[in-house]
Design a protein around this ligand. Structure first.
Ligand code: NAD
Length: 283
C-alpha cells in the first residue's frame, strides 16, 4: 500500500476490529506499513488470516483472530493471544459494524396506503431483533472491545482509540433508522470516552466515512448490470465531489489521528471523510 505520509508506529501494537473488511482492512494494512504489529479481529478465521497473510507478504507483522465483538469471552480470548504474541495494545480501531435488513424500511416515506401492504417493511414492521442487532453490533461492538483493550493503554504514551462512525450520525439517512441511531451513539460515545479517559492519557476520536463502495452496500448502490441504483444517484447528487470514496482515502486521517506528534491535542472529535456530503444542504 502506498501511504500518503509516514508515521512511526514501530513497537506499537494495533488492534483492528472489522479488520477483514474493506475499509478497516485498508487501515490494518496502513498501520502495519508504518511498523505497527497488527491484530485483525473479525468474524471468521479465514478472512482474518487472509488479511494477516497479505500484510505479512508486504513485510509487515500481523495476526488474525476470529473474534465476536459482542462476546466478552471471545474478546478476552483474543486479548490473551495478543498479549502473548505482541504485548499490550497501544492503538484500538473499533471498525466492526454494519446494518441489517430487518432494521430497514422498504420506502423512504410512509404513505397512508402502506399500512396494510404486506409487501413492504414500513416503520410499523421494523423488527425488534433486527434493531437490536444493529444497535448491538455498532454501539456495544465499540464499547466492549474498548473496555477490554483500554486497560492496556492507561498512562501509556500515544495510546489511542479510533471509532468508526458514519454520515448517518450527523443526519439520519432514509430507510435505516437503526443504523443511523447506532452510529449517532458511536459518535456520542466517542466524546464520552474521550472525556472519561482524558486523565489517563488515552485519546479517543472517530472517523465518519461518507459513501464508500464495500461488500455490505454494493447491492444497494448498483444494479446487476453495474448501473447506479436510484439511491446511488441520490448519494452522488448529494456529494458535491460527485463520486464515491476509495478506502485508501481514509488513511491520511487515520495516520493523523494515531500519531501523537500530529494530533496529540485532538481528542473527542469525529472527522468526516465524505467529499463534502455533510457540508451540503442540497441547495
Ligand atoms: P465490511 O462489511 O467490509 O466489513 C465489516 C467487518 O466487520 C468484517 O471484518 C466483519 O467480519 C466484521 N464484523 C461484523 N460483525 C462482527 C462481529 N460481531 N464481531 C467482529 N467482527 C464483526 O464493512 P466496511 O464497509 O468496511 O465497514 C467498516 C466500518 O465502516 C463499519 O463500522 C461500517 O459501519 C463503517 N462505515 C462504512 C461505510 C461505507 O460506505 N462502506 C460508510 C460509513 C461507515
Amino acid at each position: 500500500m502506498k501511504l500518503p505520509f509516514n508515521v512511526d508506529l514501530k513497537n506499537k501494537v494495533a488492534v483492528v476490529t472489522g479488520g477483514s473488511g474493506i475499509l478497516c482492512g485498508a487501515m490494518a494494512e496502513a498501520l502495519a506499513a508504518c511498523g505497527a504489529k497488527v491484530a485483525i479481529l473479525a468474524l471468521g478465521q479465514e478472512g482474518c488470516d487472509a488479511k494477516a497473510e497479505q500484510i505479512k507478504a508486504a513485510g509487515g507483522t500481523a495476526i488474525g483472530i476470529n473474534t465476536n465483538v459482542l462476546d466478552k469471552e471471545s474478546i478476552k480470548r483474543a486479548h490473551e493471544i495478543i498479549l502473548k504474541e505482541f504485548g499490550p495494545c497501544d492503538i484500538l480501531i473499533n471498525g466492526a459494524g454494519g446494518n441489517h435488513p430487518k432494521g430497514t424500511t422498504t420506502n423512504e416515506y410512509f404513505l397512508p396506503e402502506d399500512l396494510n401492504n404486506e409487501e413492504l417493511i414500513t416503520f410499523f414492521d421494523l423488527d425488534q431483533e433486527g434493531v437490536n442487532f444493529v444497535f448491538n453490533l455498532n454501539f456495544l461492538g465499540t464499547l466492549l472491545p474498548s473496555q477490554e483493550f483500554a486497560k492496556d493503554m492507561i498512562n501509556k504514551e500515544g495510546a489511542t482509540i479510533i471509532n468508526i462512525s458514519s454520515m448517518n450520525a450527523y443526519t439520519p439517512l432514509t430507510k435505516i433508522p437503526a443504523y443511523s441511531g447506532a452510529k449517532a451513539a458511536v459518535t456520542n460515545f466517542t466524546q464520552w470516552l474521550a472525556v472519561h479517559m482524558s486523565k489517563v492519557g488515552i485519546r479517543v476520536n472517530a472517523m465518519a466515512p461518507g459513501f464508500f463502495i464495500t461488500a455490505q452496500n454494493e447491492k444497494l448502490l448498483f444494479n446487476e448490470d453495474g448501473s447506479p441504483t436510484p439511491r446511488s444517484e441520490k448519494i452522488l447528487n448529494s456529494t458535491p465531489m460527485g463520486r464515491f470514496g476509495e478506502a485508501e482515502e481514509l488513511i491520511g486521517t487515520l495516520l493523523y489521528l494515531v500519531s501523537n506528534e500530529a494530533s496529540g491535542f485532538v481528542n473527542g472529535v469525529c472527522i468526516p471523510i465524505d467529499g463534502a456530503f455533510s457540508a451540503y444542504s442540497g441547495v
